[in-house]
Design a protein around this ligand. Sequence first.
Ligand SMILES: C[S@@+](CC[C@H](N)C(=O)[O-])C[C@H]1O[C@@H](n2cnc3c(N)ncnc32)[C@H](O)[C@@H]1O
Length: 208
Amino acid sequence: MVLYLVGVGPGSPDFVTPAAQRAVEESDLIIGSERVLELFDKEVERLVFDGKNVREKLEEGVKRAGKGETVSILSTGDPGFSGVLKPVNEILKKFNINVSVQVIPGISSIQLCAARLLLPWNNADILTLHGRKDDEILKIIDNGKPTILLPSKNPTETASFLIEKGVNPHRKVAICERLSYPDERVMIMKLKDVKNSRFSYMCVMVIY
Ligand SMILES: C[S@@+](CC[C@H](N)C(=O)[O-])C[C@H]1O[C@@H](n2cnc3c(N)ncnc32)[C@H](O)[C@@H]1O
C-alpha cells in the first residue's frame, strides 16, 4: 500500500542504501530501467522501461499502487533530480490517485562527480539539460561559479554548442563518465578537446 520512489545511486551496488534494499524487499512490483533492476536479486514481478515507454510503465505502477499493491519505482541517482519524482507527481495529479508515497533518497551522479573531483558543491551551480533547452546554461556559465551539468546529449555535442555560442574554448572542463562502474573515467581537459573526443552518454560535466 505504499508507492516507493527509490533512488538507487549512480549504478554500482556499493551505492545502493539499506533503505533502498528494504523498500524493494517489501514490494509486490518493482519498476525501472534494465540497469537499475539488475541491482536487486529479489524474485518479484518486474516492469522494465526503456527510453520509449517510461511514461506508460510509470502510469501502470502508480495505478497498481493506487489499487493497494506496494510498488517500488527505481530511479538512478536520486529520484528528485531529473528522476522519477516529477513525472510520478504529474501522474498522481492527473489520475487523482490517493496513495501513500515515500521517496527514498539516493546518491546522485552529481554528488559522486563532486566527490571524485574534490569539489565542494555548495557554491556550484547545478543544472540538468534533460527536458530543457541547451540555452539555459548560457545564463549562468559566466557567473564565476563552476557549473555541474547533466547534459541531455553527449558531452561532445554540448561542447560544440558552447563553443558555437562564444564560450572560451580554453575553459577547463571535467568529464565524469560511467561513475561507480569498473570502467569509470574522470578526465580534466579544455572545452575544445571535449569537442574532439568521444564519450558515453552517461556523463556528468563540470565547466569551471
Ligand atoms: C535522467 S538523468 C538521471 C539523474 C539521476 N536522477 C541522478 O540523480 O544522478 C540521467 C543522466 O544522469 C547522468 N548519470 C546517471 N548515472 C551516471 C553515472 N553512473 N555516471 C555518470 N553520469 C551518470 C547522465 O548524465 C545521464 O544522462
